[in-house]
Design a protein around this ligand. Structure first.
Ligand code: 5GP
Ligand code: MN
Length: 321
């Protein structure tokens, strides 16, 4: 029995939390955990709390039961998934603080170990992959497989990123074997975009600027652009990955305005730059090839500050050659 299962078995009430602006891995992991916990402990009070999540994940079991507002009732056990630090829990952090016990399952190299028990595998493709290893097969079913597969697909960019391993593929294969409609999951949640999402993507690409001899690229979506196109932050998913795949690019920066002179920054790299340390330096976190943070100042300031760190890493790499 894993630590997670042991803690689950001992709890009369459980709350499951992810990170702010949940992505596919976070949603999939939380909803897989939710269904698993209900199956394993039918008599327990079990909640899953998330906010600002995309409707495209509504095929996942339990989606309709997600609680969007934090209450004041304490839980015996708080399970945090795909969340690298306490701040990223957002308003639901109150549940972590009031819970008798807590466990975090994650794959972020920048995880701070904020829960009582921390199952963190920085090399793993996704939290869904780590979570799979914590669950007993006897309770798995098609619905849980759909959630876990969604998580793996999203955090590997459909099995493209370097974090994808033989183990990732083996787990994905086992999940496929449970009868999930994998084509539909991939198409409807990863590739399909609304017309407006496609328009803002097009505009962001058109306005992107390359620097450092084309090794770096950045683009910005301002609040007024988001208003014009009628889109929200969750509609901007994938823009940074388009930048990353442009020929010659090593490091891509995508930012959108969240307040006056405050930007949410997403970074991606291909081979050399460790964006997790740069994001962590500016108070954020993530993975070596995908990380993010929030930064203040003008667009020029933000890009300048980031590019200083990127350049340092690229120069160090060249010196090693
Ligand atoms: P994205 O750029 O897709 O928002 O995030 C890339 C990765 O970095 C994800 O694993 C995400 O959880 C992490 N990340 C993004 N923004 C932040 C942040 O502000 N703080 C921390 N700790 N991690 C972040
Ligand atoms: Mn993840």
């Amino acid at each position: 029995m894993t630590k997670l299962e042991q803690m689950l078995d001992e709890a009369g009430s459980v709350v499951i939390l992810g990170h702010v602006n949940p992505d596919g891995d976070c949603m999939g992991s939380c909803l897989a955990m939710y269904r698993y916990a209900k199956k394993r402990k039918p008599e327990a009070r079990i909640w899953v709390c998330l906010k600002n999540f995309p409707e495209k994940f509504s095929y996942m079991d339990g989606f309709e039961e997600i609680k969007e507002d934090a209450g004041s009732q304490p839980f015996d056990l708080c399970i945090c998934l795909d969340c690298s630090d306490k701040e990223r829990l957002g308003e639901f952090a109150v549940y972590l603080e009031s819970a008798k016990k807590s466990i975090c399952v994650d794959h972020h190299v920048t995880n701070t170990g904020y829960a009582q028990e921390n199952v963190v595998a920085p090399g793993a493709s996704s939290t869904a992959e780590v979570l799979y290893g914590q669950l007993s097969e006897e309770f798995l079913d098609r619905e849980i497989a759909e959630c876990l597969y969604t998580g793996i697909v999203h955090d590997t960019g459909v099995f493209r990123y370097s974090s994808t391993t033989v183990k990732t593929m083996e787990i994905a294969g086992k999940l496929m074997d449970m009868g999930i409609d994998f084509t539909k999951i991939v198409d409807s949640t990863f590739f399909k975009k609304t017309y407006l999402q496609s328009q803002i993507l097009g505009r962001a690409l058109m306005e992107s600027i390359r620097f450092m001899d084309g090794k770096c690229i950045f683009t910005v979506v301002k609040s007024q652009d988001m208003e014009f196109y009628g889109v929200e932050p969750k509609d901007l998913d994938g823009i940074v990955d388009h930048l990353r795949t442009i020929d010659g690019v090593e490091c891509a920066i995508f930012m959108y305005e969240i307040d006056t002179h405050v930007y949410k920054v997403s970074m991606r790299s291909n081979y050399v730059v460790d964006v997790s340390t740069i994001a962590a330096y500016f108070g954020g976190g993530g993975h070596v090839r995908a990380a993010g943070c929030t930064m203040s100042g003008s667009i020029h300031d933000v890009v300048n500050n980031l590019s200083g760190h990127i350049e340092k890493q690229l120069l160090a790499e060249n010196a090693d050659d």
